[in-house]
Design a protein around this ligand. Structure first.
Ligand code: NDP
Length: 331
C-alpha cells in the first residue's frame, strides 16, 4: 500500500505518515544486523524519517543508526534523521555529576550535545533536532538562540520541542519571531487513543497560529493497544524489561485493557489487527505530521505499516464507534 507524505507543520519538509523510532529497541533488543534490516524494510515501504535521541541506550542507539546508514548507503536527500537533547549522557557513577550537562537546555550543553550526536551518527548534519523536555531553569530565550545558532552553523536544519507546554512553545516561537531567528517547527508529543489532551486541546490554537507540526510518539502506548497485556505481562515484551517497570501502571490498567478488548470487534470487522487500528486512528488526525512507530521485531514493523491501508477504511462511523469505546479512559 503506498506511503503518504505530509508537510512537517508550516515547513516545506515532507515526512512519511509513518516513521520509525529507536527508543528501547535499538541496542537493547536489536543488534546492527537487525537495525539495518528494520531500516531497510521501513525505507522500502516509503518511510523517510528515522527518530533518535542522545539518551536512547545512552548514545548506543545513535551509533547503531549511524552504522546502518553507512552500510545502507542511501542518498542523504532521501532520509531525515532526528536527535533530541536534554538529559545528557550518563558517563558512569564514578565521575562528578555534570552540573551543566544534565537535565538542561542551556547553551553550553546544547552546543556540545549536537556535536556528540553528529559524531555518533557519522553525519554532517541532523535534519531535525528537538529539545527533549522543557527546562524551567534556563531562559527560553537562551535555548532559542542556541537552537538558532546550531542551525546557522549547518549542524541541523529544523528545530522543535518535545512535551513542552503550549505556553512554552508559543513563547519560544515569539522570541524567534521577534529576533528573526529560526523558529520551532514541530513538537513531539505522546499521542494515542488513551493520551489525547495535549494534542487535541492544549495545542489547539498553535496549529493555525504558528503552524506547528507534530511527530507523535508511542502510538501503541508501548504495546498496550495491541492487546498483548490483557492477560498480564507476556515474556519477552517491553513490559517484562526490568528498567521499564514504570510502565506497568498503564500497561496493566484493567479498564484500559477492557476497552482494548472491546476494540477487537472493530478490528475484526475491518479485517485488521488491533495494532493497525490504533495506528490508523492516530494517523487519522490531520494535525499529525508523522506517527513514529516502534518495533522490536521485523514482523511487527511489517504489520504496523499495514495501518496505511486501514486508514483508508476508517469511516466516520467507525471513528465514532472507537470514540465511544475509548474516550472515557483517555487523558
Ligand atoms: P509504541 O507505543 O508503538 O510501542 C512500540 C512497542 O510495542 C514495540 O517496541 C513492541 O514492543 C510493541 N509492538 C509494536 N508493534 C507490535 C505489534 N504489532 N504486535 C505486538 N507488539 C507490538 O511506540 P514506542 O513507545 O516505541 O515509541 C515510538 C517512538 O517514538 C520511539 O522509538 C521514539 O523514537 C519516540 N518516542 C519519543 C519520546 C519522546 O519523549 N519524545 C518518548 C517515547 C518514544 P515489545 O515487542 O518489546 O513488546
Amino acid at each position: 500500500y503506498p506511503m503518504t507524505y505530509r508537510r512537517l507543520g508550516r515547513s516545506g519538509l515532507q515526512v512519511s505518515l509513518f516513521s520509525l523510532g529507536s527508543w528501547v529497541t535499538f541496542h537493547n533488543q536489536m543488534d546492527i544486523s537487525g537495525v539495518r534490516q528494520m531500516m531497510a524494510v521501513a525505507r522500502d515501504a516509503g518511510v523517510n524519517f528515522f527518530d533518535n535521541a542522545e539518551v536512547y541506550a545512552n548514545g548506543e542507539s545513535e551509533i547503531l543508526m549511524g552504522q546502518a546508514l553507512k552500510q545502507l548507503g542511501w542518498k542523504r536527500l532521501d532520509y531525515i534523521i532526528s536527535s533530541k537533547f536534554f538529559w545528557g549522557l550518563d558517563r558512569g557513577g564514578a565521575e562528578q555529576p555534570h552540573i551543566n550537562g544534565q537535565n538542561t537546555l542551556n547553551r553550553k550543553y546544547l552546543m556540545q550535545a549536537v556535536d556528540g550526536s553528529l559524531q555518533r551518527l557519522g553525519l554532517e548534519h541532523l535534519d531535525l533536532i528537538f529539545c527533549h523536555r522543557a527546562d524551567p531553569h534556563t531562559p527560553i530565550e537562551e535555548t532559542v538562540w542556541a537552537m538558532h545558532d546550531i542551525i546557522e552553523r549547518g549542524k541541523a536544519l529544523y528545530w522543535g520541542t518535545s512535551e513542552w507546554s503550549a505556553d512554552e512553545i508559543r513563547a519560544a516561537w515569539e522570541i524567534a519571531d521577534r529576533h528573526h531567528l529560526h523558529k520551532p517547527v514541530m513538537e513531539q508529543p505522546q499521542y494515542h487513543l488513551f493520551h489525547r489532551r495535549k494534542v487535541e486541546q492544549e495545542y489547539a490554537r498553535l496549529y493555525a497560529d504558528i503552524g506547528l507540526g507534530l511527530t507523535t510518539w508511542s502510538p501503541l502506548a508501548s504495546g498496550l493497544l495491541t492487546g498483548k497485556y490483557r492477560r498480564g505481562v507476556p515474556e519477552g515484551s517491553r513490559g517484562a524489561m526490568g528498567h521499564l517497570s514504570f510502565l506497568h501502571g498503564e500497561l496493566l490498567d484493567k479498564r484500559k485493557n477492557a476497552a482494548v478488548d472491546a476494540l477487537e470487534e472493530i478490528a475484526r470487522s475491518m479485517r485488521c489487527t488491533m495494532a493497525q487500528l490504533a495506528l490508523a486512528w492516530v494517523a487519522s488526525n490531520p494535525k499529525v505530521s508523522t506517527v513514529i512507530l516502534g518495533a522490536s521485531r521485523l514482523a511487527q514493523l511489517q504489520e504496523n505499516l499495514g495501518a496505511l491501508e486501514v486508514l483508508a477504511k476508517l469511516t466516520p462511523e467507525r471513528l465514532g464507534r472507537i470514540e465511544e469505546l475509548t474516550a472515557e479512559y483517555a487523558d
